[in-house]
Design a protein around this ligand. Structure first.
Ligand SMILES: Cc1ncc(COP(=O)(O)O)c(C=O)c1O
Length: 432
């Protein structure tokens, strides 16, 4: 292990705290997520699959900005499209042809997409879907499963509900993934009251055979709009999303993250009959048609299609999962960590919960950082991870990191092997 110093990161953190609450714009990118004192807090640049922090340390990045980077940092085609558009303009006073081109491309690729509107964040798309569902059904309740963003309708029903009116919190209820009976119970308990069922159709686990079909049937039986939140699955599991992969078509679907290789863009897509109500509700923002992101998205999706991006991502993930599983076993850590998840996004997670789980997660993140891997647990992949040597470098680093974790457990006081403050979970809404 080369000695990594984080002096600039730490100094910048202290400075940031004076003007930026949390010293970050995103909970999951804040100091809560890594072992503070033994980790970077600020990054400076990225290229391919690697990033450099403000102290000059290099990492192979398996966070990827929380999944928008799908081709790699500084992808030449996407960056060229952004530069070309920059010459023409960024934000215009009327719509541009780029909007039409991207909408047509999404309608060709995504099964439920007959019409499309754009936003900037995933939360824009999910919140628009819920408003649309409420408008077309004349109902107010929402059943949800997974994470769907920061807006009141969703976050109000999680433990992070501070600031959300109680009346709004009471309109949303969650059900567990792969548990169609739980959804049926919610819908049956309040007949004719649910406007929408929104779920991440795949994630840490594959949907059980029949689960998505059962959700579709329940929505039809109860007159609720089915929304797939494909903000993570979109352009990674399949170019048409989980709906194309599993053959179940929702009424509406939300995309974001990977569709612009890092540029801020999201989309709500869906059946014409439902999407037409967009004319009646209010979903409208200054930057919805911002041209750099649209140009980036066109270049990203076209390149993913040309290279069969999702197949490559699954190939990389499958190889990494095998190698990580072997590294865990070799280090004798099979009772402490598991490598699960689907090939398109493997997940390394601790087997214990509570305080032991926090220590296990903290040791994992600390030692991965020490060996040059930015890896929080979820193995976020981009095509640049397929460049020569990257997976070999990753697995060699992971083996060293797991050996060091094993040594920490062998010491009988693993917490004492943390070189800073343990991680703090934001909150858990997905199964591990
Ligand atoms: C499944 C899912 N839906 C919605 C969102 C919200 O997207 P954003 O943070 O871009 O608003 C996220 C973000 O992580 C997500 O993972």
């Amino acid at each position: 292990m080369s000695e990594r110093r984080f002096d600039r990161s730490n100094a910048l953190y202290e400075r940031a705290l004076r003007t930026i609450p949390l010293a970050s714009q995103t909970f999951s990118k804040s100091a809560m997520t890594l072992v503070r004192g033994a980790s970077p807090l600020f990054l400076e640049r990225g290229r391919g699959a690697a990033v450099w922090d403000v102290d000059g340390n290099r990492y192979v990045d398996y966070v990827l900005g929380l999944l928008p980077v799908v081709l790699g940092y500084g992808d030449p085609e996407v960056d060229a499209a952004i530069r070309a558009q920059l010459e023409r303009g960024i934000s215009f006073s009327l719509a541009t042809e780029l909007e039409v081109e991207l909408a047509e491309l999404l309608c060709r690729l995504i099964p439920c997409a007959e019409m499309v509107r754009f936003g900037k964040n995933g939360s824009d798309a999910t919140s628009a879907a819920i408003r649309l569902a409420r408008a077309v059904t004349g109902r107010e309740r929402v059943a949800h499963c997974g994470y769907h963003g920061w807006h009141d309708w969703y976050i109000g029903s999680t433990v992070r509900h501070l600031g959300v009116p109680r009346a709004v919190c009471e309109l949303s209820a969650s059900f567990a993934f792969n548990d169609a009976d739980a959804l049926a119970a919610l819908l049956e308990a309040k007949p004719q009251e649910y406007a929408a069922v929104i779920l991440e159709p795949a994630g840490s686990y594959d949907p059980k055979p029949g689960f998505l079909e059962a959700v579709r049937d329940l929505c039809d039986a109860h007159g609720a709009i089915l929304v797939f939140d494909e903000i993570v699955t979109g352009f990674r599991i399949h170019l048409g999303g989980a709906q194309a992969r599993y053959g179940v078509t929702p009424d509406l679907a939300c995309f974001g993250k990977a569709m612009g290789n890092g540029m801020p863009i999201a989309a709500i897509v869906g059946r014409r009959q439902v999407m037409r109500a967009m004319d009646e509700i209010f979903f409208s923002g200054t930057f919805g048609g911002e041209a750099l992101s649209l140009a980036a998205s066109l270049a990203t999706v076209r390149k993913l299609e040309a290279l069969d991006g999702p197949a490559r991502i699954a190939g990389l993930g499958g190889r990494l999962a095998l190698g990580l599983r072997a590294a865990v076993a070799q280090a004798g850590l099979g009772t402490r960590y598991k490598v699960g998840g689907p090939d398109w996004r493997p997940v390394v997670s601790p087997l214990s919960a509570g305080p032991d789980g926090i220590i296990a997660t903290s040791l994992f993140r600390q030692e991965m950082v020490a060996e040059g891997l930015l890896l929080l647990g979820g193995v976020n992949l981009c095509l640049a991870h397929g460049e020569a040597g990257v997976l070999d470098e990753t697995l060699a680093a992971a083996r060293r990191a797991f050996d060091r974790i094993a040594a920490a457990y062998a010491s009988n006081d693993p917490a004492a092997c943390l070189r800073g403050q343990p991680v703090q979970p934001v909150f858990q809404v997905r199964p591990q």
